[in-house]
Design a protein around this ligand. Structure first.
Ligand code: GUN
Length: 292
């Protein structure tokens, strides 16, 4: 069994990007510039956004954090987005989700110019991804593809079973891994809450991607010997032996599943750290105008 170490790989990717930024600087080129919009004070969102901004600084990007009050009117948020769309120094930006209930998330997503949508959430990017055109890929699927690619996990002709059909993980990764690409060329089964006899599907998976949002949902009895297991889940559970009082677990029972696997991602330190690396890769693409 080999761990797919997202913590280490994300560091490697950040170092590679930092070297590229150095080259750009030495040539007098434009430094990539990412902006992040944070609405309200949700602690998890604050942590995520702070990590994104810190990672930008660490690799030599410019970054701008736009902090807005939780009660900002939707129209005012749309005006901030319009300003970022028009700001020529900003290569790409994200609006951290979730947004307060009074704001229509679809309206916000569609207000972001597709060529600056480094989250890959705008329907233009989703559509381009789906038909195999250059696009900004969403962070988690992109992180999974990068892990499979860099660890040399064979995908061609393999049966990939995806648990969960969300717009940001399950649906896009199922499309991406079925395409004629590397990694890709899988035969993909997408399972969800209405799937009958789930275990019959998971037991036939060469690659099992679990993005179902239920702590410790997948046990050893659901996994084929020699499978590759990608765990997208992340849950806080009480743990009095930790200083923080909690620990993080995934959608997969790692301890019992890992011995059966060829490859498996740990939680924490698997898919999670790869998402920021993906955002930074997309921002570099936007600065280099590689997509549009
Ligand atoms: N909230 C949780 N994940 C994400 C993400 O990838 N992008 C944005 N904008 N918000 C998120």
């Amino acid at each position: 069994m080999e761990r797919l170490d997202g913590k280490q790989l994300s560091q490697t990717i950040k170092s590679e990007i930092a070297a590229t930024v150095e080259q750009i600087k030495s040539r007098g080129g434009k430094i990539p510039h990412l902006a992040a919009v944070l609405v309200g004070e949700d602690p998890a969102s604050q942590t995520y956004v702070n990590n994104k901004v810190k990672s930008c600084e660490a690799i030599g990007y410019r970054s701008t954090l736009v902090k807005l009050d939780a009660d900002i009117p939707e129209q005012a948020l749309l005006e901030h987005i319009d300003a970022l769309n028009k700001d020529e120094d900003i290569d790409g930006f994200i609006v951290q989700l979730p947004l307060p209930d009074h704001i229509d998330v679809d309206k916000v997503t569609m207000a972001i110019a597709p060529e600056k949508d480094v989250d890959g959430f705008h329907p233009v990017n989703v559509g381009r991804m789906a038909i195999g055109l250059p696009a900004y890929l969403p962070a988690t699927p992109n992180g999974i593809l990068t892990l499979l690619d860099r660890y040399g996990v064979a995908t061609e002709g393999k049966h990939c079973v995806v648990l969960g059909r969300s717009n940001i993980v399950g649906a896009p990764i199922s499309i991406l891994l079925s395409q004629n690409t590397k990694p890709g060329n899988c035969t993909v089964t997408l399972c969800h809450s209405r799937t009958k006899d789930l275990k019959s599907h998971t037991l036939s998976a060469d690659i099992l991607i679990v993005a179902i949002g239920k702590a410790h949902f997948v046990g050893a009895d659901m996994v084929k010997e020699g499978a590759t297991v990608i765990d997208v889940g992340i849950h806080r559970v009480k743990d009095d032996t930790k200083k923080s009082g909690f620990r993080l677990i995934g959608d997969v029972k790692f301890d019992e599943v890992a011995p059966k696997c060829s490859y498996i991602t740990p939680v924490p330190g698997g898919v999670g750290p790869m998402t920021i690396a993906s955002l930074l890769m997309n921002t570099l693409k936007s600065a280099k105008k590689e997509v549009y």
